[in-house]
Design a protein around this ligand. Structure first.
Ligand code: ZN
Length: 454
């Protein structure tokens, strides 16, 4: 038996469809996990198994996060990593992360997802590259199942220890790259769902040129294409990253990506703060995606990515909060606001990015980067029922009612009033329904303390 849900009377429904329609007094009708109708409330059916009155709310597609490391919620605000650039920051954190347990992976993923969902995120890509003490991607998948989040688990890896010229200490890397490739294949074959309404997808993701061998970059690209899954890594994040690429490989990061097979419609790169003009054109021409993470790039003093230029060259761009130890939040709506602000700073141009463009990147942009433009990221019949609503009666929006949609970014970021993922209400009147937050926070804090105390 089908189950129906009607969301009606929304002050505005921002569809993010190709016409960018914004429907006043709008409604969305959902049957099971799919959107079946979108339009003015007066034109939609009036009856459903459940009806939610969204008077005084903005309704829009759920936000898509294209880059994260969820385990890092365990080490937010670690004093030794508070004032460090990327390489020093990693060097301070790697030894601490070396004590992470499978339980810590699951609980930190639950924490990250819970906060993400409250910020409007309904789909998240998690670049999980750190495996010690028996941890596996399954630890994170358990959290996704529990929270009901649409989850793209990137089976990452770091394999190049300090003795081999890499950045991480030897004892935290997976030294056997053949075993890493086998494990990548196993998790794809076990968990990757090719259905267009998939809740779980798997991608492959050696962490970065300074933490794995070029051979693993090449071989994982071949494997991903054999298996028909996407590929993800970190690229051109800061000045030391560029210097490493030049000194060790005699190439720019974009040249290195091209040389190892890491460009194409099935690839997305995090950061690209220092992607040069050749790289921008290359990525645009080849359909290579970028995960823009402005907060992390500011926090680590990496720079500001040339997103306006990338968009002007047809580069696919989505937003990412990045790991929780460099953001230090799981707030995707806040990230959209930061994307709008830093684009203006970089170009000293108030038209460099509008609020609507930032929200487009957070929805359609992310869906495109994750290869899901035909099933998430917009409100249209046939699309997955991933929707969020913000309560315009919140004090943050007071005075912004002349343009409710834009007011979401021209204000301090607020939590959602409702979030529906795959047809299931996971935030109901501001309350996260799949898990008890106080107990989760208590458990998370206990484990984080245990981790830092070693
Ligand atoms: Zn990252």
């Amino acid at each position: 038996m089908s189950r129906t849900l009607l969301l009606k009377n929304a002050t505005v429904v921002a569809t993010m469809d190709d016409e960018q329609r914004e429907i006043a007094d709008g409604a969305v009708f959902i049957t099971d996990n799919r959107i079946t109708a979108v339009g003015p409330t007066a034109e939609l059916p009036t009856d459903a198994d459940q009806v939610i009155d969204l008077s005084g709310h903005v309704l829009m597609p759920g936000l898509v996060n294209t880059h994260h490391h969820m385990f890092q919620s365990l080490t937010r605000a670690l004093p030794a990593a508070q004032n460090a650039e990327l390489f020093d920051w990693l060097s301070a954190l790697f030894p601490v992360w070396g004590n992470i347990t499978p339980e810590m992976m699951t609980v930190s993923a639950q924490t990250s997802m819970a906060e993400l969902m409250l910020s409007g995120c309904t789909t998240a890509a998690d670049h999980a590259y750190f495996y010690v003490n028996g941890s596996r991607l399954e630890d994170n998948l358990e959290a996704a199942h529990r929270l009901g989040m649409r989850y793209h688990g990137v089976r990452g890896a770091i394999t190049l220890g300090h003795s081999q010229g890499g950045l991480p200490p030897d004892h935290v890397v997976e030294r056997d790259e053949d075993a890493v490739l086998k494990e990548m294949q196993r998790v794809v074959e076990t968990h990757h769902d090719r259905a267009d309404d998939a809740m779980i997808r798997v991608a492959l993701g050696p962490s970065s040129p300074f933490t794995v061998s070029p051979d693993l970059m090449r071989q994982s690209a071949v494997l991903a294409r054999d298996l028909g899954v996407l590929m993800h890594t970190h690229t051109a994040e800061n000045a030391k990253d560029l210097a490493f690429s030049q000194e060790r490989y005699g190439m720019t990061p974009a040249q290195f990506a091209e040389e190892t097979g890491w460009v194409g419609d099935d690839v997305w790169h995090a950061h690209c703060v220092h992607l040069d003009d050749h790289g921008i054109k290359l990525f645009g021409r080849t359909g290579t995606g970028v995960a823009h993470c402005p907060c992390s790039n500011m926090r680590l003093a990496s720079g500001i990515a040339p997103i306006r230029k990338m968009l002007d060259h047809d580069v696919k761009v989505g937003l990412g909060v990045d790991g929780t130890a460099s953001n230090d939040g799981n707030d995707l709506l806040g990230e959209a606001r930061q994307a709008m602000l830093v684009a203006r700073v970089r170009h000293e141009d108030p038209t460099a990015m509008s609020a609507r463009e930032a929200l487009w990147l957070a929805t359609r942009g992310g869906a495109r980067v994750l290869g899901r433009d035909d099933n998430i990221g917009r409100l249209a019949p046939g699309y997955c029922a991933d929707l969020i609503a913000f309560d315009l009666n919140d004090i943050a929006y007071a005075g912004g009612q002349i343009d409710p949609l834009a007011s979401l970014l021209f204000s301090a970021p607020r939590r959602v009033a409702y979030s529906i993922i795959n047809g299931r209400t996971v935030v109901d009147q501001g309350r996260l329904t799949p898990i008890e937050l106080p107990a989760l926070v208590e458990q998370h804090n206990r484990l984080a303390r245990q981790l830092v105390d070693g």
